[in-house]
Design a protein around this ligand. Structure first.
Ligand code: WTA
Length: 653
């Protein structure tokens, strides 16, 4: 009983398995035997082969827990590695980005040579405004070509940046700029979103009022929406950049130290103040490019599409830096997946013959909810690898993804990692790994992931769930929290003396495969049983009528916590009392009576962040009848109000 109480109950068993296709294995970048390599030798080799160094590194790593340093003594430049050297190596005509604007027909093909010329002009423009090595710059943009161009131009000069996702509020942007003491901001007038122009510059104006260190703001004209330019502070991008020299020699790539701060990515913590996660230069680039190459099986002619937003770590690592270091051809899409119709993604995949699609479970479930007919309109046979990131993927969505998008044969790589990690840490390798829907399978070579119990003992395979940890440093690991060393130590390094605490629940099955179970704070304790929200959600979504489910707990006088499930039904169906009883029974059958939700609230939509995470915190506020917390990252803020209204109506019934 004590044992049972300590570990999170992992009761649901998913038994489907998909061994690798021998044909895929024969051509795969990661071959059998890949896991047997010595981790240090592996990262040493990848660091040398994958990156170009101005000065070679002398020491692979130093680990003075919790401080890691990688590729010591090396000098390099991220922009040089992403752009210039490819042009020098004869790849100038290769496409870097097939950029697709949201308005139909708005397209741009950007070769590596074009990218270089755009980046050099932008870098010269930035320099003319006084940006130099070490100047701190904020970026607040949507998915336009100037977004990667800005990051690369800043990297070229050696200016550390923080890119704040375009869906964030003025308050969020302002506090991040103030925290980093940014002197410059690069933004755009407005961003195209579902056929409308969503203002960015007006939000940036408010944010700058909160961040007095910002002296200059550069604005890209994208939608033509009228914006105010403040004399002495605001400049148009075209005035600053367009007339600049694009000769790479006019703006050489600044040699940076391996450990120089590359960028900050703010991530919301459990408390109000966001954490400024610090990423370094060399370790980050080595980590993201190496994982990108092996996990997505990138070939010289691969067309790759990560459908995230650049404003998240997934976008930094797998739209910009990983793919560009590998000289990959990427698709970049500005808008929403349902504009003008719900087949926009599949249309893009067919037109560009995309080979790899990397997206989030929530997008997959959204497409599932819309129905397979949209994908069926298009030839998706170019797809070879499908990726998932951001949340645990429930087996139903996994199988749908493989069947309806991957033609029943594309391997689905469920990649587990975090903003702090910088790079994918636990993932299948297509060609080697036997896939199990819902499992992120194995730690990437050189990554020492494990699951600990509360006392810090490693839980052996097949013996229940606990805390996801990483025991050894990895190259792209964050180097700390900006100006908050104590929080860095307390949050990640104080729970266990010998490991990094990820904050996720997980278990390792008998075969040694990892199953991620959501955030530790998503764990509920019902009558002394610890249950993970993800398992119950997964059981609900397994029901043929359920499209999405989010499970939270509310306090309960008898059971401690009680389970509340928010459910959207397929085809917009409305919930009934019978359906409610049926769903409770279904969870009872799949997991056990203890996991039956006390309440089921039917909702038309669930509150999601724009990066696709269900905002359980908000649902919890609704369940507990509390005032709503911060909703700034919510994709559609009206959703919660509707749910609240329905939950309250339910109570009155
Ligand atoms: C969750 C996104 C299960 C997890 C790259 C983690 C996942 C948090 C997976 C980090 C996955 C991400 N399976 N859970 N494949 N990928 N997560 O910082 O809870 O935005 O801690 O980084 O997302 O989210 P972040």
């Amino acid at each position: 009983m004590a044992e049972e109480n300590q570990n999170i109950a992992a009761l649901m068993v998913e038994e489907r398995q998909y061994p690798p296709d021998p044909e895929f294995t024969a051509q795969a970048n990661a071959k059998p035997g890949f896991y047997e390599q010595d981790p240090d030798a592996f990262w040493e080799k990848e660091g040398r082969d994958r990156l170009s160094w101005f000065t070679d590194f002398t020491t692979l790593k130093e680990w003075d827990r919790p401080y890691a340093r990688w590729y010591l003594g090396g000098k390099l430049n991220a922009c040089y590695n992403c752009v210039d050297r490819h042009v020098e190596n004869g790849l100038g005509d290769k496409v870097a980005y097939h950029w697709e604007g949201e308005p139909v027909g708005d397209k741009l093909t950007i070769t590596y040579a074009d990218l270089q010329s755009r980046v050099v002009r932008a870098a010269n423009g930035f320099k003319s405004l006084g940006i130099g090595k070490g100047t701190k710059v904020a970026v607040y943009m949507g998915m336009i070509p100037e977004a990667p161009v800005t990051l690369l131009a800043l990297a070229r000069i050696g200016a550390p940046f923080t890119f704040v996702f375009g869906g964030f509020s003025a308050n969020a942007l302002g506090s991040r700029m103030a925290e980093m003491e940014c002197e410059y901001l690069v933004t755009q007038d407005a961003a195209n979103r579902r056929g409308k122009a969503g203002p960015l510059k007006p939000v940036a104006d408010q944010a700058m009022d909160m961040a007095p260190t910002v002296k200059t703001c550069v604005t890209v004209r994208r939608t033509g929406t009228e914006v105010e330019l403040k004399e002495g502070r605001d400049r148009w991008w075209h005035d600053v950049v367009d007339g600049q020299d694009d000769d790479p020699a006019s703006c050489p790539c600044e040699p940076m130290d391996s450990e120089d701060m590359f960028f900050l990515m703010f991530s919301s913590g459990t408390t109000g103040k966001p954490k400024g996660i610090v990423h370094s230069t060399a370790g980050y680039l080595a980590g993201v490019s190496t994982t990108h190459y092996y996990v997505f099986d990138i070939k010289p002619d691969t067309v790759y599409w990560c459908a995230a937003d650049i404003g998240w770590i997934t976008g930094h690592s797998y739209i910009v830096f990983g793919p560009l270091v590998n000289a990959t051809t990427s698709v970049m899409y500005e808008g929403t997946p349902d504009f003008p119709d719900k087949d926009r993604w599949w249309d893009i995949i067919e037109r560009y013959q995309v080979n790899v699609l990397y997206t989030a479970p929530t997008s997959i479930r959204t497409h599932m909810k819309w129905g397979d007919q949209y994908a069926a309109r298009h030839d998706l046979s170019s797809l070879k690898v499908l990726g998932s990131v951001g949340e645990p993927i429930n087996p139903e969505a996994w199988v749908w993804y493989r069947e309806h998008i991957g033609g029943g044969k594309a391997p689905v790589v469920d990649t587990w990692w975090q903003t702090e990690n910088g790079m994918i840490l636990v993932t299948p390798l297509p060609g080697i790994t036997t896939l199990k829907p819902g499992s992120a399978t194995r730690a990437f070579p050189g990554v020492q992931a494990a699951v600990y119990d509360e006392s810090g003992r490693e839980i052996p395979p097949g013996e229940g769930a606990g805390y996801m940890v990483v025991k050894e440093p990895w190259p792209a690991m964050f180097r700390g929290l900006y100006n908050d060393d104590q929080r860095f130590k307390d949050t990640y390094w104080s729970t266990f003396p010998d490991a990094y605490l990820a904050g996720d629940g997980a278990r390792v099955d008998e075969d040694g495969d990892f199953w991620l179970m959501g955030r530790i704070d998503d764990v509920m304790n019902v009558s002394g049983h610890r249950l993970s929200t993800i398992e119950i959600e997964s059981a609900l979504v397994n029901h043929p009528d359920v499209a999405q489910a989010a499970v939270v707990s509310r306090s309960d006088a008898t059971t401690g916590q009680a389970i509340v499930a928010y459910v959207t039904l397929k085809d917009g169906a409305r919930g009934t009392t019978e359906k409610l009883a049926e769903l409770r029974e279904h969870v009872g059958t799949m997991i056990g009576p203890i996991a039956k939700p006390a309440n089921v609230v039917f909702a038309a939509e669930l509150p999601m962040t724009r990066s696709g995470k269900i905002m359980r915190r908000l649902l919890k506020d609704v369940a507990e009848n509390r005032a709503l917390g911060d909703t700034t990252t919510l994709a559609d803020p009206t959703v919660v109000e509707e749910i609240k209204a329905r939950a309250e109506a339910g109570k009155e019934d």
